[in-house]
Design a protein around this ligand. Structure first.
Ligand code: NAD
Ligand code: IPM
Ligand code: MN
Length: 357
């Protein structure tokens, strides 16, 4: 297996090395071998070279079996030297789009022992899989300015919605539900206002669901969905949604599963014609970077998703089981979970648990 590794910025530089240690351990334990190619792209590389992600590197990345990614980006309040969003769009979104990683799979699960801000919810209530469309919508970068910097400036940002793009995403969500024994797929959109783009989503959903008679279906407007995710998260099993809404509701999902440090994700090209990418949902967390404070569990769970995708099921299960055991004990909790463990201590705890399995 050829694995490309791109730690990126901020806490990416801490959680990715931790994840590589865990990967190495399960590789030995479950006897699989792999090669690692490190890629330096991110804020520092940009400042040094003016490069974000060159096309030659993109072509190399495509040839890998998987990419393990940390995060890119600077402080959300801005940086004088790095234009807003350039790293996110020219590195991360470029990989998602150009490698046709059209599914962003984001499990939202509360593990036992992890504190949730929801007063009346436990692990049985918070267990959903969010399937986010990952190559079009408002993220397509289609749009522009007219009369820029004048009083009649016009800015358009187009929600590109194609029948093919929507249908393959919805079909993936139903197939996922079927093969993982889940019972219901809920479409989350905003058909009452976005009467073109989201009407297409609804019609595609209605048509695809007919092929899956055993799966229940539901539809929620995204505004109501954010409310239900807080008031009755148990109603969600598999959610399928647009790129923009998926981005927003998966941060909410992360919050109810214990925070950004607990949310892993996969950017999948299910055709396997180019590499898929695995990354925590969180960003570079500049507020805590470089202090050994970041929670590495989200990245470990992403590595487990990577190994599942690469058919190393036992190794994936070992990481998932170890994370579950470790977070059940508050002494292993990093600061975001209310504990005092460092990134290194949480990593050591997971590795010790894998050793015991
Ligand atoms: P963020 O996810 O980096 O941080 C939000 C909050 O969560 C912060 O308080 C942070 O300390 C906390 N947090 C995040 N990861 C954590 C972890 N592993 N352990 C403990 N706490 C954690 O979001 P932001 O502050 O809005 O963005 C910072 C930068 O990251 C921006 O430039 C943004 O564009 C970028 N970003 C990148 C990605 C990515 O590369 N996948 C994702 C989101 C944001
Ligand atoms: C995420 C991030 C990215 C997104 C940004 C950094 C482009 O927030 O992975 O959720 O919006 O998809
Ligand atoms: Mn996001």
């Amino acid at each position: 297996m050829k694995i490309a590794v791109m730690p990126g910025d901020g806490v990416g530089q801490e959680v990715v090395p931790a994840a590589l240690a865990v990967l190495k351990q399960v590789g030995t334990r479950f006897s699989f071998s792999y090669s690692i190619d490190q890629y330096p792209f991110g804020g520092e590389h940009y400042l040094r070279t003016g490069q974000t992600l060159p096309d030659s590197a993109l072509r190399e990345l495509a040839e890998h079996d998987a990419i393990l990614f940390g995060a890119v980006g600077v402080d959300p309040r801005g940086s004088a030297k790095i234009p807003q969003g350039i790293l996110e769009t020219e590195i991360l979104l470029k990989m998602r789009f150009e490698l046709d990683q059209y599914i962003n799979l984001r499990p939202t699960r509360l593990l036992p022992g992890v504190p949730t801000p929801l007063k009346n919810a436990g692990p049985d209530d918070i267990n959903m899989i969010i399937v986010r469309e990952n190559t079009e919508g408002l993220y397509s970068g289609n749009g522009g300015f007219l009369y820029k910097d004048t009083p009649h400036e016009v800015a358009n940002q187009i929600e590109v919605t194609t029948r093919r793009g929507v249908e393959r995403c919805i079909r993936y969500a139903f197939d996922y539900a079927k093969t993982s024994g889940r019972r219901k797929v809920t479409l989350v959109a905003k058909t009452n206002v976005l009467r073109f783009a989201h009407n297409l989503w609804l019609r595609a959903f209605e048509q695809v669901k007919a092929d899956y008679p055993d799966i229940q279906t539901d539809y929620h407007h995204v505004d109501a969905c954010t409310m239900y995710m807080v008031t009755k998260p148990k109603i969600y099993d598999v959610i399928v949604t647009t790129n923009m809404f998926g981005d927003i509701i998966t941060d909410l999902g992360a919050a109810i599963q214990g925070g950004m440090g607990m949310a892993g994700s996969a950017n999948l090209n299910p055709t396997r014609q180019a590499a898929s990418m695995f990354e925590p949902v969180h960003g570079s967390a500049p507020d805590i970077a470089g202090k050994n404070l970041a929670n590495p569990i989200a990245t470990f769970l992403s590595v487990a998703m990577m190994l599942d995708f690469l058919n190393q099921r036992k190794a994936a299960a070992a990481i998932n089981d170890a994370c579950r055991e470790v977070v059940a004990d508050p002494k292993n909790h990093t600061r975001d979970l209310g504990g005092t463990a460092t990134t290194s201590q949480a990593t050591e705890a997971v590795m010790a648990q894998i050793e015991r399995l």
